[in-house]
Design a binder for this molecule. Structure first.
Ligand code: HEM
Length: 501
């Protein structure tokens, strides 16, 4: 039989495909949006923006379901808080849901998304992520892991010098994680907590373009101040790096850190593309480096610190679990020496305690993604550019997935078939899942384990002023992260039979 000419063959395939596309998009157009609270004309659900916290969204989900829809001005917003839908969004249709919202705060604080955490999914993000992983969080990057050990040791010494006194342990923990970050990547200090509040805030101006200049919530002024402080800090870090390069005459140093590598990466990019702007690298290079530093500041400082503080708080509130964790340390390590890295893998109950903490207090309670194109989830229409809020906090407390979900019970993690946090069990995703999941998971959990193991093994802990465990404040503040609303204060006493220092 004669074969058809190429043009006809092409039409034979293309026409059915076009018809199929037409039917699918027609079908999708007919699909409803997910259910949700009714909005007002033009402004949609803007008057509800104060409810867009992990708790507020959980309450709304009780009424409207695990996938609900709202409008903010002309923008579509959906909230996800059931495991089946989270799986669709983060795994099955990951490619459509992997962009990040370009909010005013994220764009401004990340130097126009010149980073890994706020860049849209694509080649630039891939490059930045590769660099961050290889130079900072990979197990081969021994400086990062060593920095955890060095800083934990110095924190333990600081606590040991204050036994018998009320110690603001929450403050010490934040200092510890800040020191780990800067030791790992750059070697000095800056305050990141204001950044978290700004990044987590729902800003009217993100949804109503004209409002940006009026700034009804006073966010612009705070953004400028926060970025100026980062600018000053990081200018010095970059200048120091450039200076040390000049001093060694730019030749191959064997140890480079994240800043050196970012500088080198941009020089290479400039040479490869011949792009004029890249040949004037200072502005562009500094912006990218600053943005990456901002990512690391949050990645490590806020998330790890709030997990450590919550772990200690839950253990103080549940003395039986504290006793069990300390007994395990005594039997695995013995009271004649401090904990070593090699002990960690045998400390099963400690691991469960930390996982249970991450279930109840995921440091990033709600993660934000944006759809790249139109799609359909659970029989509902999700248009392109929809803002998707995945409520990790609600997933970890879902009564359909967890028995007695509000209770701190580490041993549940030992149950047969208990979920793990690696990103395949969607009722427990403190590090997210899929392409945008946390690249610092192993380093973050290691810092958490090392710190809590040392604090529980070296010291016994008491609440100050005869406080009862049930009186402990368990409230949190909502930003990009959700730390305790007040810092934890405890009285340490020595526990080891050998000197700590
Ligand atoms: C207890 C510790 C930590 C927790 C619970 C945590 C959690 C998370 C979560 C939930 C996300 C968002 C995932 C998503 O959008 O789907 C994330 C992203 C990220 N984390 Fe972590 N994190 C931790 C530690 C770290 C550490 C130590 C670093 C190291 C620098 C880090 C760096 C990042 C970065 C850069 C992103 C953005 C990734 C991207 O968008 O491609 N995190 N993390």
């Amino acid at each position: 039989m004669d074969s058809l000419p190429p043009l006809q063959t092409a039409f034979l395939f293309i026409i059915p495909l076009l018809l199929l596309y037409g039917v699918v998009s027609q079908h999708r157009r007919k699909l409803p949006y997910p259910p949700g609270p009714r909005g007002l004309p033009m402004i949609g659900n803007m008057l509800m923006m104060d409810q867009f916290t992990h708790r507020g969204l959980t309450n709304l989900a009780r009424k409207y379901g695990g996938l609900f829809h709202m409008k903010l001005g002309f923008s579509h917003v959906v909230s996800v808080s059931c495991p089946e839908i989270a799986k669709q969004v983060l795994q099955v249709q990951d490619h459509i849901f992997s962009n990040r919202p370009a909010t005013i705060a994220a764009s401004y604080l990340s130097y126009d998304r010149a980073d890994m955490a706020f860049a849209d999914y694509g080649p630039f993000w891939r490059q930045m992520r590769k660099l961050g992983v290889t130079k900072l969080v990979s197990r081969k990057q021994t400086e990062s892991w060593a920095s955890v050990r060095v800083e934990v040791d110095s924190m333990v010494k600081a606590v040991a010098a204050n036994t018998g006194k009320a110690v603001n342990i929450g403050e010490l923990i934040f200092t510890l994680t800040m020191n780990i970050t800067y030791r790992a990547a750059f070697g000095s200090k800056n305050d990141g907590q204001e950044f978290s509040k700004l990044l987590g805030a729902f800003n009217l101006a993100d949804f109503v373009p004209g409002v940006r200049w009026i700034d009804p919530q006073g966010i612009n002024k705070r953004l400028v101040k926060a970025r100026q402080s980062l600018d000053m800090f990081i200018d010095k870090v970059i200048d120091d790096h450039m200076q040390s390069k000049i001093e060694v005459n730019g030749c191959d140093e064997t140890t480079t850190d994240l800043v050196d590598d970012l500088l080198a990466f941009y020089k290479e990019a400039a040479n490869a593309t011949g792009n004029e702007d890249l040949h004037k690298p200072i502005q562009l290079t500094k912006d990218n480096i600053k943005a990456m530093i901002m990512n690391v500041m949050f990645g490590v400082t806020e998330t790890v610190a709030s997990s450590i503080e919550w772990a200690l708080t839950e253990l103080m509130k549940n003395p039986d679990e504290l006793v069990r964790a300390q007994q395990e340390l005594a039997s695995v390590v013995g009271l004649n020496r401090p904990v070593k890295e090699i002990d960690l893998e045998k400390l099963t109950f400690l691991k469960c305690t930390l996982k249970e903490t991450l279930r109840l207090h995921p440091p990033i309670p709600v993660v934000h993604h944006v759809t790249y194109g139109d799609t359909e989830v659970g029989g509902y229409n999700i248009p392109a550019k929809t803002r998707v809020m995945i409520n990790i906090w609600a997933l970890g407390r879902d009564p359909n997935s967890w028995e007695d979900p509000e209770r701190f019970r580490p041993s549940r993690i030992l149950d047969d078939g208990a979920p793990d946090f690696k990103g395949n069990n969607f009722e427990f995703i403190p590090f997210g899942s899929g392409r945008r999941s946390c690249p610092g998971m192993n380093l973050g959990f290691y810092a958490l384990e090392m710190t809590v193991a040392h604090l529980l093994h070296c010291f016994n802990w008491e609440l100050p002023d005869g406080m009862n465990p049930s009186e402990l404040d368990m409230s949190d503040v909502f930003g990009l992260t959700a730390p305790r609303s007040s810092r934890l204060v405890l009285i340490p006493s020595s526990r080891l039979l050998c000197p700590i220092v």
